[in-house]
Design a protein around this ligand. Structure first.
Ligand code: GDP
Ligand code: ZN
Length: 305
């Protein structure tokens, strides 16, 4: 409508087509998109205008990145404008290398540096085992942060606090790793806030919102985005031929391949296959990583047709 000035806002939660928008003053209101193009995600910066007690999103400002989740039928985006991804796994329950790899690839595809946090370091024996399973990931150059949310107490492990400061971090992890513990430790009142948000977005019905933004500090400089569903990471927007570039251990051996368009699955003169068949040095591609590569390649190829 003519005359009404557009206001700025940040999307802090979304449910279906509605979302909760926070104004620069810290007020929150429910907004609806004007149309398909103004459908916003958590982390989006939007322009909106008031209509009665709710708002209408007129425009989603350009995104610096976009994250996807897997649906039963297709890939859907769910968060935008992240600075980093924290993959929270634990000594117990045992983590899945496939899920970990999917999350690392998803972050890499958006050129975001992922950090792996290995929680429950207080459980000595399982921790030792998990730490060893992560050795190849450390060699590939991923940062792995050991911690104990239980033992370190207070406001959380110091290294983690430092890592998060001033950034927008998407927290991912399988259930049981300690994600709720982490969020409740860093965001006092998070549980109550989640309840309020889901109530507001579902007009009273108490269902959980899928993705939620939390401010860690009152000055609103540090944020966490909580999103359930680790295994559901959507990768269908990635080309199969791009996969090897997003797996550092595979990429390192792919430079020796005879064919420039080698898939590393069956070609003669393949540096990756040669290496998998005779693993001689530290830093070799593990059998499990090569198997995951093959499975993902097939999955991404199928989704093209
Ligand atoms: P979520 O499913 O990822 O949200 O996991 P929770 O935060 O609910 O944690 C799962 C369980 O692990 C709970 O019983 C927590 O108390 C426990 N837990 C969380 N952090 C630690 C830790 O550092 N050490 C140990 N031993 N247990 C932890
Ligand atoms: Zn090859």
């Amino acid at each position: 409508s003519a005359g009404a000035a557009l206001r700025e806002g940040l999307v802090v939660a979304s449910h279906g087509r509605h979302c909760l928008v926070e104004t620069p003053e810290g007020e929150r209101l429910i907004c609806h998109p004007r149309g398909k193009k103004s459908q916003a995600l958590v982390g989006d910066r939007v322009q909106w205008q008031a209509s009665e007690d709710e708002g209408t999103i007129e425009r989603v400002l350009p995104r610096k990145n976009l994250f996807y989740r897997r649906d039963e039928i297709r890939t859907k985006s769910f968060a935008a404008n992240l600075d980093q991804v924290l993959i929270l796994i634990a000594a117990e329950p045992e983590f899945s290398e496939t899920q970990l790899t999917r999350a690392l690839i998803a972050a890499g595809a958006e050129r975001i540096t992922p950090v792996i946090a290995l929680n429950k370091s207080d459980l000595a024996v399982p921790f030792e085992r998990a730490w060893k399973r992560l050795a190849p990931y450390r060699r590939m150059g991923y940062r792995v942060l050991p911690m104990s949310l239980k033992a370190d107490g207070g406001s959380g492990p110091a290294e983690l606090t430092e890592l998060l400061a001033g950034k927008v971090t998407l927290v991912l992890g399988p259930s049981g790793a300690g994600k709720s513990t982490l969020i409740n430790l860093l965001v006092p009142g998070a549980r109550a806030l989640t309840g309020e948000i889901s109530q507001a977005l579902n007009s009273g019905k108490h269902t959980t919102t899928s993705t939620t933004w939390y401010w860690v500090d009152p000055a609103r400089t540090t944020a966490l985005i909580d999103s359930p569903g680790f295994q559901e990471f959507g990768l269908h927007h990635i080309e199969p031929m791009q996969l090897a570039h997003l797996m550092p251990d595979i990429a390192a051996q792919a430079t020796d391949c005879k064919f420039y368009n080698c898939t590393h699955l069956h070609e003669p003169g393949c540096g990756v296959i040669a290496q998998v068949e005779s693993p001689t040095h530290e830093g070799a591609i593990s059998a499990s990583r090569y198997r995951i590569y093959g499975e993902l390649f097939a999955e991404l190829s199928q989704s093209r047709y």
